[in-house]
Design a binder for this molecule. Structure first.
Ligand code: ADP
Ligand code: TRP
Length: 273
């Protein structure tokens, strides 16, 4: 009998769970679970401390993320293995072992690390630099085949693959399984209210669970241009349209596209949709 394929993903509890997290990681991993994959889902709480975070916030976010994941169905009833990263000490033991098979050059080339260095060199600690090794341990510890993530994490999954390859090469045996990223084209980079990538670190998120009033206020903050209600608008350049099309039915998206192009739709009305 062939073994079922395995999928795994994690999300940092560094802030509220947002639309980008849900669409790129949480939703696909649970859909794969429904289609017969063995699914492993976890809260990456040790990844969340590579940047400063207050203990109270980390604790509260962690509980909130647990509740959010459970609300979406990440539980045993579905056959999903759901856990807190810090509860599995073997992940941290494996991190050290893998770090001894990771060339420094590989980590030097990480975009996330290079980005952090360019923003504030002094804020880069060893944990942030070694972040991809911990992520490789998360993935390789469970013989993962497929890792659903957003585009920003593609390189980290490739680094996990490279580390596994280096380890296997050393021992001339396929000890570690090589993982593949799964990146859905339409949600690879969900924009935030400012048009940049939606991220807990950029203060531009729309949370998945929040009071309708709070969501309305955040939607009202979505950046638009200075065109008047009567002006025709380019749906391809509009953040409201990009977010709307992630959720609306195809026919509604088409209707809205036509309204943009023909003019007569004000930004306030578009936000109210
Ligand atoms: P954040 O950037 O908000 O801190 P995480 O780093 O915890 O989010 O990311 C958890 C998962 O969500 C990863 O798979 C990541 O690629 C994905 N993700 C985060 N933001 C986005 C986004 N704006 N669009 C698509 N995927 C995203
Ligand atoms: N590094 C991921 C992020 O910031 C979170 C994460 C940690 C992860 N370990 C993982 C995602 C393993 C997928 C697989 O988005």
């Amino acid at each position: 009998m062939t073994q079922p394929r395995r999928t795994l993903t994690g999300i940092k509890p560094s802030g509220e769970l947002h639309l980008g997290n849900y669409l790129a990681a949480l939703k696909p991993v649970l859909e794969l679970a429904d289609s017969g994959y063995e699914a492993f889902c976890f809260i990456a709480n040790y990844h969340a401390i590579t940047l400063p975070i207050r203990a109270e916030d980390l604790s509260e976010n962690t509980y909130t993320h647990i509740a959010n994941w459970l609300a979406f169905g990440a539980d045993k009833k579905k056959g999903v293995v759901f856990y807190l990263q810090s509860d599995i000490p073997e992940i941290f033991e494996l991190t050290w072992i893998l770090s001894c098979y990771t060339s420094k050059g590989l980590l030097d080339r990480s975009h996330a690390y290079k980005d952090a260095i360019s923003k504030n060199k002094k804020a880069v600690n060893l944990g942030l630099y070694a972040y991809p090794v911990l992520m490789a341990a998360d993935i390789l510890a469970f013989d993962t085949d497929v890792v659903p993530v957003g585009k920003d994490q593609k390189q980290h999954v490739e680094i996990a693959r490279d580390i596994a390859g280096a380890f296997n090469f050393e021992y001339k045996e396929d000890v570690l399984r090589l993982p593949e990223p799964l990146i859905r084209e339409n949600v690879k980079t969900v924009p935030g209210v400012d048009g940049e990538k939606m991220s807990k670190s950029y203060n531009n998120i729309i949370p998945v669970f929040a009071e309708p009033d709070k969501i309305r206020k955040l939607v009202a903050k979505i950046k638009t241009d200075s065109s008047l209600p009567g002006d025709p608008k380019d749906p391809g350049k509009c953040i409201i349209f990009s977010i709307y099309k992630l959720f609306a039915q195809d026919s509604d998206v088409e209707d809205l596209r036509k309204r943009y192009i023909s003019g007569g739709l004000g930004w306030k009305d578009a936000k109210a949709l």
